[in-house]
Design a protein around this ligand. Sequence first.
Ligand code: HPA
Length: 239
Amino acid sequence: MSTAHNSAVPGDFAKTVLMPGDPLRAKFIAETFLTDARLVNNVRGIQGYTGTYNGVPVSVMASGMGMPSMGIYSYELFHDYGVENIMRIGSAGTLSADVRVRDIVVGMGACTNSNYASQYGLAGTFAPIASYKMMRAAIDACEKLGSRYHVGNLLSSDTFYADNAADANAGWQKMGVLAIEMEAAALYMNAARLGKNALAICTISDSLVTGEALPAIDRQNSFTEMMEIALRTAVTLHG
Ligand code: HPA
């Protein structure tokens, strides 16, 4: 059965789904990297495609921006479509002087300033973490490709334009958080709750330390490198 947000039917998605934020990125990935890609969802323009990569079934669908949007789409993929592995492939701003623009950050954990975890009624703070299996496969791919990568904590923020950004960021920087994005923590929590696997990897598009921002062409190149990592990870998970 399809859902309120997804017109695909069970069986339309592969076990592994790659999730960029942007629907046009999903389309680009499907057209550039997948063989025999077919559109399986286009509700609200959140394009979802399924095809193969090196003979392995892989899907790609946009998450939209922010934890509520990622929360909806990843929940449905896990819960209603039998998806086992979701890999977010996004951009992030670095909070660390050691992490430069174009570098890749593998999100071992995802802190958040959102209230998403309150739904679980826990008597403490939940620590959203990546799937070890997926993270290990992604790090292997980074090594093989010779990528400049870092492994550590992301911050999934509810705000892109924060009123007190400098003060808020300083606190996370003190705790060694590497980069700020807006979706990973919801993905990790959904995976934990549903017994599934998730990972977020991000290319650094801008620095909150130096103010540097990647020009459009460089964004495209580092995005392609991240795609190679994600697709190799999908193949490893299949094998
Ligand atoms: N904040 C949140 N998400 C982001 C940023 C940022 O500065 N840069 C890229 N994604």
